[in-house]
Write a protein that binds this ligand. Structure first.
Ligand code: G6P
Length: 610
């Protein structure tokens, strides 16, 4: 989703901003722009399409300045186009504004501004804010005050950066509901919507909170609330290396992240397994264990892939910790007036920690007094900071829009939470130790699946021209069926549906003929025989079948077109293994179709608007 980069300092901001925008490309966008102000000129260059296009234009113009802002836009109001791209300008082209989020009352603000004689070039909500700030500047307010007054009139969400020719020694940055960080350098400072954009220059960051506004100079910064109270912000040190953001020799981030999984899974449990006691050590939940255990029920809320991880969590916690669990789409939960109170624990799962729906659902649950726990990947993200307690998944930066390693790490952390709760209830020491033993073997097992990459690619070749796919699984493999289908549709644009295998007979079976590939996830568990019956039903109707089975299974092999074998593990950890071949299958099909795997059309990595 939209990205913001701003620079003020002694260096030429242009390459810094372009490089920062490239580091934000993974979030998904459709147009880009840059605005610079120096003594001689105020210049804006915008384009539809990629940052590489913008880069060509910028270098052709030989732009140079010590002050500038850049943006990648993901269209909400108005089509992707050069005119709708940011920065947006005031009338005399001296003020530049970039904005993430949505100004909900932009139409009524626009009406007022039109009456004052302001003219609008774009269809965006953002342009309204540029003119509104201009309106206050004309009333002789400083830039800081003008932005503050304008923001007080705005309903909706924003992360903004503003520069102005009249005060060329600063960037004004403000946030409400859309992430924004300041990067603190040596005689240079940065503004960004994501630390990835500034990590090459500084590891010192200041996270702005909702309703905060900052005046950023090259050698200092001051912060206030939009209501004009002064606030002192803490400077945090980010623990991330720049090479974690590279493709590491792989053709795509997605492939690198799939291949990273032995390491990311290991990192999610590193230092957290206490074998002798058969329990995990989760520092972020310390002091909250009893409240979680005694809560009336546990609700898991998330969106997208994280929601699929939540489904796995439901199966785990109910089976081993014996607690009632509900899984909610955060987007539904936030508006449903859910029955939640102080006796509930709500666990919010979000790779980015910034998903607008998940964040809003968390605010709602907090208001109702529930204990709110975050399971996030991005350290310092809003959900991580605003939850009462939490566990980081430590999967490392995930750049590919289609989530892969975050999913397996989310399941690892859910397994750790399950173990924590289960051991406090009925799970015996040997059973706890058995789970830990299996967890420790996960990395080598995932590694052995990844070694089948070429074989999986050869299977992908056989299915690349299919127009539809059905993914079926039961029990722990039902969420994997959903995730496998989501991966395929996200990056290959092939229509794919995931279903619980037994539900096939209630509808999807009508679709089955010799053109319909069906992917079964059929590991040896308590419903294995039932899944075999489902396989037979598809076979009888000439469907093409690819099955994910356990090593040593030679029964299913005789019934289906293709099999991919995965090692056996503890029942509840199965999804961590069975999802991996499905990630690779989707990846190879998308690559064979010549598609942009890392930045699929219309999708955003971090959906910070509703
Ligand atoms: C977007 C991404 C998905 C992701 C979902 C939830 O739709 O494209 O890959 O699963 O958001 O994101 P979160 O960061 O909250 O896990």
């Amino acid at each position: 989703m939209c990205g913001i980069v701003g620079y003020i300092g002694d260096k030429n901001c242009v390459p810094i901003i372009i490089e920062g925008l490239k580091r934000l490309e993974y979030r998904g966008y459709d147009s880009a722009g840059i605005g610079i102000i120096n003594g001689k000129e105020c210049k804006v260059i915008k384009t539809k399409g990629k940052v590489s296009e913008l880069e060509k234009l910028v270098y052709k113009e030989k732009l140079e300045s010590n002050l500038g802002i850049g943006h990648t836009r993901w269209a909400t109001h108005g089509e992707p186009s050069t005119v709708n791209a940011h920065p947006h300008l005031n009338k005399d082209k001296t003020l530049f504004l970039i904005h993430n989020g949505i100004i909900e009352n932009y139409l009524s603000l626009k009406k007022g501004l039109l009456k004052e004689g302001y003219e609008f070039l774009s269809e965006t909500d953002t342009e309204v804010l540029a003119h509104l700030i201009d309106h206050y500047l004309k009333l002789k307010h400083s830039l800081f005050q003008a932005v503050r007054y304008a923001l007080n009139e705005v309903e909706g969400t924003y992360g903004i950066a503003v520069i102005y020719k009249g005060e060329p020694d600063k960037i004004i940055a403000a946030r409400k509901g859309s992430p924004l960080v300041l990067g603190i350098g040596d005689n240079e400072n940065f503004v960004a919507s994501d630390v990835n954009a500034l990590i090459a220059h500084t590891k010192k960051v200041v996270y702005l909170e909702d309703g905060e506004i900052a005046e950023v100079y090259k050698d200092k910064f001051e912060t206030k609330t939009v209501a004009d109270e002064t606030i002192i912000k803490e400077i945090h040190q980010v623990d991330m290396k720049i090479d974690e953001l590279s493709k590491g020799g792989f053709a795509h981030y997605m492939l690198k992240e799939i291949m990273d999984q032995p390491e990311s899974i290991y990192n999610s449990m590193r230092g957290r397994l206490v074998y002798d006691e058969g329990v995990p050590k989760l520092g972020g939940l310390q002091g909250f264990e009893e409240r979680i255990i005694n809560s009336r029920r546990i609700i898991l809320a998330a969106c997208g892939t994280s929601w699929h991880a939540a489904l796995v969590g439901e199966y785990m916690i109910e089976q081993f910790a014996g607690k009632a669990v509900e899984v909610e789409y955060a987007s539904e939960m936030r508006y449903r007036n859910p029955i939640i109170d102080k006796d509930d624990t709500v666990i919010f799962i979000s790779q980015s920690g910034e998903t607008a729906d998940t964040l809003a659902a968390m605010k709602e649950a907090k208001k109702k007094g529930a204990l709110c726990i975050g399971i996030c990947n991005v350290v310092g993200s809003t959900i991580a900071r605003e939850s009462d307690a939490g566990v980081y998944i430590h999967a490392g930066p995930e750049i590919g829009v289609a989530s892969t390693k975050a999913f397996t790490s989310q399941i690892v952390v859910l397994a750790l939470i399950t173990l924590l709760l289960a051991r406090k209830r009925n799970l015996s020491l040997p059973e706890g130790q058995d789970i830990i033993k299996h967890m420790k073997k996960l990395t080598e097992k995932v590694d052995s699946i990844l070694k089948q990459n070429d074989y999986i690619k050869s299977i992908a070749e056989k299915y690349v021209n299919s127009k539809n796919f059905l993914y079926l699984g039961r029990g722990y493999n039902f969420p994997v069926a959903l995730e496998g289908a989501l991966k395929l549709k996200e990056i290959s644009y092939i229509h794919a549906e995931g279903y619980p295998a037994a539900e096939m007979k209630h509808g999807p079976i009508a679709l089955i003929d010799d053109n319909m590939p069906v992917v079964f996830i059929a590991t040896k568990d308590s419903v294995y025989d039932k899944v075999i019956s489902n396989i037979q039903e598809v076979r009888a109707r000439k469907g093409r079948i690819l099955a994910i089975v356990n090593e040593g299974d030679d029964q299913i092999e005789t019934m289906v077109d293709h099999v991919i074998k995965v090692p056996k593990t503890h029942n509840m950890l199965t999804p961590i293994l069975t999802v991996v071949p499905l990630q690779l299958l989707a990846y190879h099909i998308a690559v064979m179709k010549g598609l942009n795997v890392d930045q699929p059309r219309n999708l955003a990595k971090s959906v910070t608007v509703e």
